[in-house]
Design a protein around this ligand. Structure first.
Ligand SMILES: Nc1nc2c(c(=O)[nH]1)N[C@H]1C(S)=C(S)[C@@H](COP(=O)(O)OP(=O)(O)OC[C@H]3O[C@@H](n4cnc5c(=O)[nH]c(N)nc54)[C@H](O)[C@@H]3O)O[C@H]1N2
Ligand SMILES: Nc1nc2c(c(=O)[nH]1)N[C@H]1C(S)=C(S)[C@@H](COP(=O)(O)OP(=O)(O)OC[C@H]3O[C@@H](n4cnc5c(=O)[nH]c(N)nc54)[C@H](O)[C@@H]3O)O[C@H]1N2
Ligand SMILES: [Mo]
Length: 773
């Protein structure tokens, strides 16, 4: 039986005292109380280190404390003095550790020593670095490079990422899936087609001059809390903030800056001026409704000779496809729009009026858009909305996909990509005198398919927790154990490390906040934030253990043990002095990284040039493109007994890292096995608060996917939608259920059926409800 979560209504604003309490709690828990707080003063400053949590922009003029509750938690979690030593592994077999929770595993502290799995004892045993590199190199050389995956989670620096992809390509693979394949790959597919860049066009300064902000599917309070500061400033200037989210997310309603004593007393600022609880997956329909209203208002203006509503000059000069899109919108039926969006026409009218009244509009979005079957269409629909009034490439306006990991965007910029057309292969060939593979590699979903089929034989992981982050957990874990080689470069112990292949290594690395001492002195690294600005970062803390190597040093060690010597690549020289890696990055991408070493510590970061910001469109037709969606409307689902499950993050987690089992803003304490439900649906299904249910995926493919003992929590969520936590619910997501075009798992719209759990005391063992963990 699972422990029951405590459920309360959380009425306080985001930020404020609750935030300070949560930080204080984690600092004590991680035993870094005093030093931990001092170190926080260096967070996100140009003389300090870049936060390891989210990727939100870092201002040129930082606040005295440029960190948030969750950034502080991430720091404390990384610089903890608790360690996982060879003695720990000597005490615990993997079979035992596999029964521990995600929280328990990471809570043990930092990995300290390279370890190799020993099947006879079912334990990890210590190994020397050189021996580890030698065996991994020899094994890689026995494997076909096409059968080897080199995964990255978005935290590693630009320097480490560049070296990693170069190593992989010289070895002979293009298989570089990234956490981005589960995240904003939808953006990276949608935006190049319509505006010619794979990233957002908004920079921090645009928030200072915008006069309207739209938000689709992002839980800013928890996942990019520092973003609440510019939003609060905008709200205080009277800028309307229009939010679309099936759940009422606390910080998007009201926020108190915990660093501002006056606000702490006054109770904070209302953030969203309009909040629309759109149906899960209903954003595209809602935006079509808004666009229809804008276009029809413009039609009326033409008739009556009044000023035009759309930006005619911009549309004529810069775009293509407007007439088809306008015709499509005019032809849409309101009944269908209301059904598919879950919103009344009056709501879309109010949003359209706000949109039309503003000269410069920013549209932000997160996983509520990208992790849907029609995510790519929806992201393009957001672009349609912006293009109508020239809201791209204008001060105070633009599109703002809010990225996840702190350097996930940058990794793609320096060549971590399975899509070879995105990588300057000719340049790499010229610089390093080798022939890189020209075939396209595997995405995350493709890699999972390859693992299930037994075609993937080796898996090297630069960070992350692959097995916990991907869908289809019940099939993935057994298949993973058939790998020939699993190499995990990591800071903390997680589930992926506990499912060994035939040969398995766990290689511990320095964290970003630690001092990285190399032959030429202490090294700095760099990363790119969500607004395409590059920042330098210097470790501040003495490393937690003496045997740790930096990520660049581990990559160089693996490369040297695997590849034939190549006089054009000085792995050792790079490790001795990372500025030489930055020179190499600049040589590879001269336009993007001009004067990289000289500029990396510019306050606020240096902005990479972005064509769309200057209204230059690097699309095939040289224009910004309106697009007509092929299938924007989710099918009707009112009476077939199926619920739409979205999986999301709680306040107490960073992805699969679970700091605490709480979700403060949603009123949950001490448990993550919950399902949020509309009270009217609960009544129809004869459920009351605290009952437990089993969710069973409605997939029709013969695979049984279910999760039991989920505690029902009544919540403000649209009818027929339910919500649960990632990664616990990943067992319910079929691998083939992903966004069309980007293959991002559609983790926000899983069709499920719901069954009331029968209390164990009245159950015979034979009819126990099907369950999985
Ligand atoms: N503290 C902390 N910070 C993080 C992370 C973390 O786990 N913890 N993770 C990092 C990473 S990698 C990422 S990608 C980001 C993720 O940040 P988010 O994009 O906020 O991701 P989720 O928590 O999955 O929440 C998605 C939001 O979308 C809403 N939503 C779900 N379905 C729909 C829909 O159909 N339409 C709309 N409009 N909304 C919908 C949900 O209610 C929720 O508010 O955060 C990053 N920052
Ligand atoms: N159902 C569902 N599934 C999802 C999502 C969802 O919303 N719903 N979200 C998806 C998204 S947006 C993402 S980005 C992925 C995340 O997938 P991943 O990026 O693979 O997962 P993380 O949980 O971020 O990885 C945590 C681990 O990284 C390691 N680590 C931490 N810091 C460092 C470091 O500095 N160096 C190294 N080498 N290792 C480090 C630690 O060992 C830690 O255990 O999950 C995806 N999966
Ligand atoms: Mo992400």
């Amino acid at each position: 039986m699972r422990q029951k979560a405590k459920v309360e209504t959380y009425d306080a604003p985001a930020g404020g005292w609750g935030s300070l309490n949560a930080v204080a709690h984690i600092l004590t828990q991680e035993e870094v109380a005093i030093l931990g707080s001092e170190i926080l003063l260096k967070q996100n400053k140009s003389d300090g280190y870049m936060c390891v949590s989210c990727s939100w922009a870092k201002p040129a003029k930082p606040r005295p404390f440029e960190f948030c509750e969750n950034g502080a938690k991430a720091t404390a979690w990384e610089i903890t003095r608790k360690t996982v030593t060879p003695e720990f592994f000597a005490q615990h077999r993997l079979a035992e550790l596999q029964t521990w929770s995600d929280h328990q595993l990471e809570e043990q502290g930092r990995l300290t020593t390279p370890m190799r799995y020993d099947r006879a004892s079912d334990k990890y045993l210590p190994v020397g670095w050189d021996e580890a590199f030698r065996e991994i190199g020899a094994e890689l050389n026995r494997l076909d490079p096409r059968s080897v995956i080199m995964y990255t989670s978005g935290r590693a620096s630009l320097e480490a990422s560049y070296m990693y992809q170069l190593f992989g390509r010289m070895y002979g693979t293009s298989n570089f899936p990234d956490s981005s394949n589960m995240c904003h790959e939808t953006t990276s597919v949608a935006l190049p087609e319509v505006i010619g860049v794979p990233v957002g066009t908004v920079q921090l300064e645009d928030f200072e001059t915008t006069d309207c902000v739209f938000f689709f599917g992002h839980n800013t309070t928890t996942n990019a809390p520092r973003m609440l500061h510019p939003l609060q400033e905008a709200a205080q200037r009277g800028v309307p903030i229009v939010t679309f989210n099936p759940l009422r997310e606390r910080g998007l309603e009201r926020f108190v800056n915990p660093q501002n004593p006056v606000q702490m007393i006054a109770g904070g600022t209302r953030i969203s001026s309009q909040y629309y609880q759109v149906r899960v997956g209903g954003d595209a329909a809602a935006i079509i409704g808004i666009c229809k209203l804008v276009i029809e208002a413009d039609d009326r203006a033409v008739k009556s000779g009044e000023p035009r509503v759309i930006d005619v000059d911009f549309i004529t000069q810069h775009t293509s496809g407007f007439d088809e899109f306008a015709a499509f919108c005019r032809a849409q039926d309101w009944n269908e729009i209301e059904r598919a969006s879950g919103l009344p026409q009056s709501a879309m009218l109010a949003a359209a009026n706000t949109y039309m009244a503003a000269n410069a509009v920013i549209a932000n979005y997160g996983m509520g858009v990208t992790q849907h079957r029609h995510g790519v269409e929806t992201a393009k629909m957001i672009v349609n909305l912006l293009l109508l009034r020239g809201n791209i490439g204008k001060r105070g306006a633009g599109i703002s996909p809010i990225r996840g990991h702190s350097n996930v965007q940058g990794q793609r910029t320096v060549g971590i990509s399975e899509k070879t057309k995105l990588v300057p292969l000719d340049k790499l060939a010229e610089l390093y005198g080798f022939e890189p593979p020209r075939w396209d590699g595997l995405s995350t979903v493709d890699a999972c398919e390859g693992i299930l089929k037994g075609e993937v034989r080796g898996f090297v992981s630069l960070g992350g927790n692959f097995l916990r982050a991907v869908p289809e957990r019940s099939l993935m874990e057994p298949a993973w154990s058939h790998l020939r080689l699993s190499v995990q470069i990591a800071t903390k112990l997680n589930r992926t490390h506990l499912v060994p292949g035939e040969i398995t290594y766990l290689l511990p690395c320095l964290g970003r906040i630690e001092i990285d001492q190399q032959a030429s002195g202490a090294q700095a690294v760099s990363m790119e934030d969500s607004t395409a600005c590059i920042h330098g970062s210097r470790g501040q803390r003495r490393p937690v253990a003496e045997h740790l190597l930096s990520e660049p040093a581990i990559i160089a060690g693996l490369a040297k043990a695997t590849l034939k010597p190549n006089p054009d690549v000085g792995w050792d020289a790079w490790v001795a002095d990372y500025s030489k890696v930055r020179d190499a990055i600049e040589r590879t991408y001269p336009d993007q990284f001009k004067d990289f070493n000289a500029r990396m510590f510019e306050p606020g970061g240096f902005a990479r040039p972005l064509a769309a910001r200057e209204r230059k469109w690097k699309t095939p037709n040289g224009k910004a493109n309106f697009t007509v969606p092929k299938a924007a409307f989710a099918p009707p689902r009112e009476s077939d007994g199926i619920y739409e499950l979205m999986t999301m993050r709680a306040d107490g987690q960073f992805n699969t890292t679970i700091y605490t089992e709480d979700d403060r803003f949603r009123g949950i304490t001490g448990g993550r096995y919950v399902v949020f439900m509309n009270p009217a649906d609960m009544e129809d299904d004869g459920l009351k608060s605290g009952d437990t249910v089993t969710l069973v995926t409605e997939a029709g493919d013969g695979v049984e996917r279910s999760l039991s003992e989920l505690q029902v929590v009544p919540y403000g969520i649209p009818r027929r939608s339910v919500a649960g936590y990632y990664p616990e619910c990943n067992v319910l997501i079929p691998l083939w259920h992903y966004a069309e075009g980007s293959k991002v798992p559609a983790a926000k719209s899983v069709p499920v059926r719901l069954f009331k759990d029968i209390p164990p005391e009245i159950l015979d063992d034979e009819d126990a409800p099907i369950s999985a963990t």
